[in-house]
Write a protein that binds this ligand. Structure first.
Ligand code: GRG
Length: 289
């Protein structure tokens, strides 16, 4: 049942993303190709799926949430392109394929990342017809910026090649990875017109899911058998401070489990309607990519 529902959401997201392909011939076609290359790649689409499911959980409908789900996935893709650049993590593999700058060159990859950061705001702005959607846009923008994902990336850059304390590692991950997950679930319920109590529950779910997700990410980066589509062991080779370096493998697994339970419990206010998101976080505990 969960898998069927997940695949329905996935299809909705991928079909909608295809509508945003731009590939007519023109002077700047190389930029369109570069954007399409990353956006159409085989991503898990978790953030848009969470946003859509959260909106439905809170009694809203998919049509209202879709432009925001697509916007969020584009912002995520933008961050992946920039994260892989030589000035950042300098990776040459993403989603099982050469990274954007390896294929299109560094300058075009920077522009493609920029396009995927501004296009979402055009799409979301075109679809604002009530105060809930305006608030969703604000939530997503804040989560992407210097008090969210970009801020987390700065802490990450500043933490390379040196010992950093536990609080720094936690803050880094809450912002770099957690912020967009939290925005996904929060924006979803906000679009549905949820009250403060339900918004707080959604935020808690986002925090706990973000933590569990990053813990598993660190474990997978270190697992030679995992098929992540990324270069293995890059955290260690770039001398990064991660949850794995902080806690070790066993403790990481315990924490993943605890956060998974906390995330699921935080949605109790939504009753049966929370079933999909509860199952989702449980499935992510054992993800292999
Ligand atoms: C230009 C928007 C923008 C940001 C600049 C580079 C940067 C600041 C931030 C990097 C943020 C980043 C890449 C965080 C890592 C988050 C993470 C765990 C990504 C992997 O997410 P998955 O596994 O990827 O959901 P797929 O490929 O499935 O979509």
């Amino acid at each position: 049942m969960f898998k069927v529902k997940f695949n329905q959401y996935l299809e909705i997201v991928n079909d909608e993303l295809k509508k945003y392909r731009i590939d007519y011939e023109c002077y700047q076609s190389k930029l369109f190709d570069s954007v399409n290359y990353s956006l159409m790649a085989d991503g898990k689409r978790l953030r848009p799926i969470i946003l859509l499911a959260a909106c439905e959980m809170a009694g809203g409908n998919i049509e209202d949430a879709l432009p925001f789900a697509i916007g969020l996935e584009m912002i995520h893709n933008s961050s992946l392109i920039h994260d892989d650049l030589p000035a950042m993590d300098d990776d040459d593999l993403r989603r099982g394929r050469p990274t954007n700058h390896i294929v299109y060159g560094e300058a075009t990859a920077i522009l493609a990342g920029d396009v995927l950061l501004v296009r979402p705001f055009e799409i979301m702005a075109e679809n604002i017809n009530n105060k809930h959607k305006a608030e969703a846009l604000r939530i997503i923008a804040k989560a992407a910026g210097s008090e969210g994902m970009m801020g987390g990336q700065q802490i990450d850059l500043d933490s390379e090649n040196k010992a950093v304390d536990k609080d720094t590692i936690i803050k880094l991950n809450q912002l770099k990875t957690g912020a967009l997950f939290k925005a996904a679930v929060t924006a979803g319920v906000v679009i549905a017109g949820a009250d403060d109590k339900r918004i707080k529950s959604a935020e808690k779910y986002g925090d706990e899911l973000g933590l569990a997700f990053q813990l598993v990410d660190d474990l997978l980066d270190n697992d030679i058998n995992a098929d992540t589509g990324k270069t293995k062991g890059s955290d260690v080779s770039s001398n990064k401070s991660t949850y794995l370096s902080l806690y070790g493998e066993e403790k990481c697994r315990e924490l993943v489990h605890a956060s998974t339970i906390n995330a699921a419990e935080s949605l109790s206010v939504f009753g049966e309607e929370a079933r999909f998101l509860t199952e989702l976080v449980k499935n992510l505990e054992n993800r292999v990519k």
